[in-house]
Write a protein that binds this ligand. Structure first.
Ligand code: ATP
Ligand code: LTN
Length: 334
């Protein structure tokens, strides 16, 4: 609790360009929850280097992502929007929690298996202990709730296990966090292979809608989206392409699945795809405009970066000092 409010923590990696999946699965929920909770939204750049990055590019992407959080509507005066690398407590707590995490647990993480397969030439220890750093992010702020897409639930589970293990030894140190997964949009699928998650690291540019794609590109990508030959706009697992498009449409328009299915009854796939594309454009356009405006205001963004790193650092240190004491590190002499 901070000032009587429950705490929310979430983050995104500054790798690749954000996709519609990131927006609908994560950012959009962040906005919905941001009034109710005391929120910490981090650009998790420490996580990014588990995969090799080009330094100048990483720096640029990290700044763009932070700007995009604000452009999407998060108020940086109310929500603490900051770079993970500016708060050393993340790395410090991560080390301590490494000593409370079992190899066997980490071996079961599906994201590690996926990423290790993708980056066979660089299966580094950071990639393996990635979930421990994520646990540290969350526990450092004593978060009650963590909004994520479905693919991150396994990481939330290990975070809870680590916290409970630590608390069982040392008493009530950490708040046990709950995941928050939105009712719709929790797993947006690739437009080219609707059985695969839409991912910013997909090599096929037609598979993902990028948050910064212009109107023509968005419409074109939807026109090319893989569907089926059923000629029915129905919401069912046997038609994963159409199901995904309906999910996207409903999440963008805040309509229910039933409403959408009714709306497109008897209509052709061409018309439907265009309507989905237009719904997405109307969500993304204002965000893009605000992003372009904010990007030009260097002093404003710099001010936020500084102010919020200090604020995050303050709360992080509170938890860190408590943990250091519990595990038996010597007291600091002032
Ligand atoms: P990559 O695919 O390159 O590993 P990513 O697109 O999954 O990256 P992350 O930074 O790992 O991006 O995820 C940021 C947030 O967006 C997480 O909460 C994640 O669950 C959510 N997210 C990512 N992709 C999707 C998707 N296709 N549908 C819904 N939510 C998603
Ligand atoms: N692994 C997450 C990003 C992430 C995160 C977090 C999300 C890092 N630390 C803490 C929520 C809470 C991902 O989305 N790939």
């Amino acid at each position: 609790m901070i000032d009587g409010k429950k705490v929310l923590f979430s983050g995104m990696q500054a790798t690749g360009n954000l996709t519609l999946g990131n927006y609908l699965g994560a950012l959009k929920n962040w906005l919905t929850l941001s009034d109710e909770y005391e929120c910490f939204y981090s650009v998790v750049d420490l996580h990014s280097i588990t995969v090799r990055q080009e330094p100048a590019e990483l720096r640029k992407r990290a700044r763009n992502l932070l700007t995009l959080y604000i452009a999407a509507g998060l108020d940086p005066k109310k929500n603490c929007i900051y770079y993970q690398s500016h708060v050393s407590g993340h790395a410090q707590l991560s080390w301590i929690l490494n000593c409370f995490t079992y190899m066997g647990e980490l071996n079961r993480m599906t994201q590690f298996k996926d990423k290790a397969a993708k980056h066979a030439d660089n299966i580094n220890a950071g990639l393996f202990t990635y979930p421990v750093l994520m646990a540290a992010d969350i526990l450092l702020f004593q978060a009650d709730v963590v909004p994520v897409g479905k693919d991150q639930l396994q990481h939330l589970e290990i975070t809870r296990d680590i916290a409970q293990r630590f608390n069982a030894i040392y008493g009530d140190v950490f708040t046990i966090p709950e995941p928050y997964v939105g009712k719709t949009g929790a797993k947006i699928m690739s437009l080219q292979d609707p059985l695969k998650k839409m991912s910013k690291s997909d090599e096929n540019p037609n598979a993902s809608i990028l948050l910064m794609d212009d109107e023509d590109t968005i419409i074109r990508k939807f026109k090319r989206a893989v569907t089926d030959s059923e000629a029915c706009i129905c919401y069912r697992d046997e038609q994963p392409g159409i199901k995904n498009l309906l999910d996207i449409y409903c999440t963008c328009t805040n309509k229910s699945t039933e409403e959408a299915v009714k709306e497109f009854q008897g209509k052709g796939y061409g018309e439907f795809k265009l309507a989905v594309g237009e719904a997405v454009v109307s969500v993304l356009k204002p965000i893009q405009e605000e992003f372009n405006r904010l990007s030009k205001d260097k002093a404003y963004i710099d001010g936020i970066i500084k102010e919020n790193a200090d604020k995050a650092g303050y709360f992080a240190n509170k938890t860190l000092r408590k943990v250091e004491k519990k595990v038996g590190f010597p007291e600091r002499i002032r």
